[in-house]
Design a protein around this ligand. Structure first.
Ligand SMILES: C[S@@+](CC[C@H](N)C(=O)[O-])C[C@H]1O[C@@H](n2cnc3c(N)ncnc32)[C@H](O)[C@@H]1O
Length: 284
């Protein structure tokens, strides 16, 4: 783990500010910065967030264009009508709205997010989609505002890496799941620890890379939280062009002294992947 992973209010605030700005940009229909490189409306080829969904629904266009994930958890888990689902860090709401349609008419899809502007965007996208069984709640994923044993599936898309207290997030996910429930999360995962001068870059943390857990730590923390059969399946790797785009988006003032994009590529090469992380809450 990095020094930053010990968690500071300033780091959490930097995450909130970055995603508040992205939400404001989407609300203004201008585009926004997101997981991965800065992405403007004309730059949807972001290596981390691009091409994750093949949904064509016109009523979900706003939510689709606001999506800042690094995977598509709703494509990787089979949801059943009547199930209750929780999305950790629901952003513009796409995964909540897709889930809500699958668990209708009796199931509810909840989204928790700490950023007011994202909640406003999600509510706008919910109205546009005409979905009635989705509930967006303001809160921290380290302290989920739902009762014990209240949902069947916990999903999340490129958010847990941003948390400054990942053990708390995983314990909370376990607490709110009903026995027999599933943890089904898309996230960035490290295949090796980053060197400290990269691991401590705030821009690389808020961009979803520096805060990511090393795969073995993710599996260990899931088991420590009580989960059974934790598993990680790689869904996407990143080549040097992707890394150049990511590194090029970091403010020069943030790069380690004297480092250039080429060094960033070297430091990040093969170090992170997008992955589907799954585990189950035992029945007892
Ligand atoms: C990269 S975006 C992903 C949004 C959404 N999951 C998606 O796929 O588009 C990260 C989101 O997580 C939220 N977030 C980050 N850390 C959080 C925390 N500790 N508690 C609650 N929300 C958090 C941010 O406000 C932002 O909306």
């Amino acid at each position: 783990m990095t020094d930053l992973a010990t968690g500071t209010p300033e780091l959490k605030e930097a995450v909130r500010e970055r995603y508040a700005a992205a939400a404001r940009a989407s609300l203004d229909l201008v585009g926004g910065s997101c997981c991965g490189s800065a992405c403007c409306a004309e730059d949807r080829a972001d290596p981390v967030t691009a091409d994750l969904y093949d949904e064509q629904a016109p009523d979900l266009e706003g939510a689709l264009s606001a999506s800042l994930g690094c995977g598509n958890p709703t494509a990787l888990i089979e949801l059943q009508p009547g199930q209750d689902v929780l999305d950790l860090g629901s952003g513009g709401g796409l995964d909540v709205l897709l889930s809500a349609r699958r668990v209708a008419p009796t199931g509810i899809a909840y989204g928790v997010d700490m950023t007011e502007e994202m909640l406003e965007l999600a509510q706008r996208n919910k109205r546009a989609a005409g979905v009635t069984n989705a509930v967006f709640i303001k809160g921290s994923i380290e302290d989920i505002p739902l009762p014990d044993n209240s949902v069947d599936v916990v999903i999340s898309n490129c958010v847990i890496n941003l948390s400054t207290n990942k053990p708390a997030v995983l314990r909370e996910a376990f607490r709110v799941l009903r026995p027999g429930g599933s943890f089904a999360v898309s996230d960035i995962v490290l295949t090796r620890a980053l060197e400290p001068e990269w691991a401590n870059l705030v821009g690389l943390w808020t961009g979803c890379v520096a805060g990511a857990l090393v795969d073995a730590d993710y599996l260990r923390l899931l088991a420590e939280a009580g989960f059974a059969e934790p598993a990680i399946q790689v869904t996407r790797t990143y080549d040097n062009d992707d890394l150049a785009e990511l590194a090029g988006a970091l403010p020069a003032s943030e790069l380690p002294a004297g480092a250039a994009v080429g060094q960033a590529i070297e430091a990040l090469q093969g170090a992170f992947v997008s992955a589907f992380v799954r585990a189950g809450k035992p029945i007892d």
